[in-house]
Design a protein around this ligand. Sequence first.
Ligand code: ADP
Length: 378
Amino acid sequence: MSAEAAPFVRFQHVSKSYDNSGAAAVRDLDLDVARGEFLTLLGPSGSGKTTTLMMLAGFERPSSGAILVEDVDISRTPAHKRGLGMVFQNYALFPHMTVAQNLAFPLQVRRMGRAEIDRRVKRALEMVRLEGLERRRPGQLSGGQQQRVAVARALVFEPKAVLMDEPLGALDKSLREQLQYEIKRIHRELGVTIIYVTHDQSEALTMSDRIAVFNKGRVEQCGAPGALYDRPANLFVAGFVGENNFLDADTTGTAGETVTAQSAAGAMAATNAGAGKGRCVIAIRPERVVVRPPASESATRLAATVAERYFAGDHVRLVVRLASGETVAVKTSRIEAQNLPEPGAAVTIGWRAADAFAFAPEDLAAEAAAPSKELLPA
Ligand code: ADP
């Protein structure tokens, strides 16, 4: 493989156990990151995201496997020699230093000249739009401003990559969204590689070039946000990325890509995503459910009763109950919502086979059983 073709960062069969008794925090991880990419590690709490990031940063050592940066195994390189910037959830700014001193610190450590330090600090402040605040101390800044300083400090020494672990986790919703766009802008302007950890799937969808979905120390699927959303590889990804309704059914036939299935709610059709003979699980996103579908458009038509209706500003949300007793969430635009039925009314819902997916039920069953076992006292 030529040097150009080698990925910027490569995890090769990396596993990590913190002790001999416990389950591995990360299991046989293979993951490549391209230069300039914004890659997000997404998953529930405890799925191994931070452990993965800390091994790349050099704060944890893999139990087995190798981590390569630019084709060089850095598994044994000390953290401060890896040339990586870090941003954590809780700022980690030096409280006794001014903003400018905080930014200058990583440059002084690298024995950079005064003029170059001043130039870089100024540019970093412009980048995060904090000009004029250089003499303040962290305690005199808002949470959002402090986190901007933390981002600037991670960028100021022009690192090979910046690793961010839930950097917006402590901020309220609107500030978090604002900083998501700011970090994306900085990523675009600098072209720096960013590896970002979050448990927030909407943050991951908004920010990433690619997302690696973690579950119990393994990557379930890795791909572009649109690919994960439109074509989840399994039930875990279908349930964790975006919202989905899951309906139990029995496969009655397959024709090309399409699976037909029968349940107490009626006959359904969906795109095959691993369903076999016997039981299957149909996944359908709330925004893909059509209320009162025209006969020609929906392969699936089910009788339902409206149970709940919520006004959510930009859309209306219905919860309908099927003959099987299962409920289905429906998200519909306000325009369509103008003549939606009231709670209690009978209504037909449906969807196109291309908009729903039929999965094998096994992995969902395993998913549901595993966490409760871990919660049992030893
Ligand atoms: P995430 O970042 O996805 O929440 P982590 O990587 O922090 O997950 O944790 C993965 C697993 O490793 C969890 O079961 C967690 O309890 C365990 N773990 C993390 N850090 C340590 C540690 N320092 N010592 C022992 N176990 C740890």
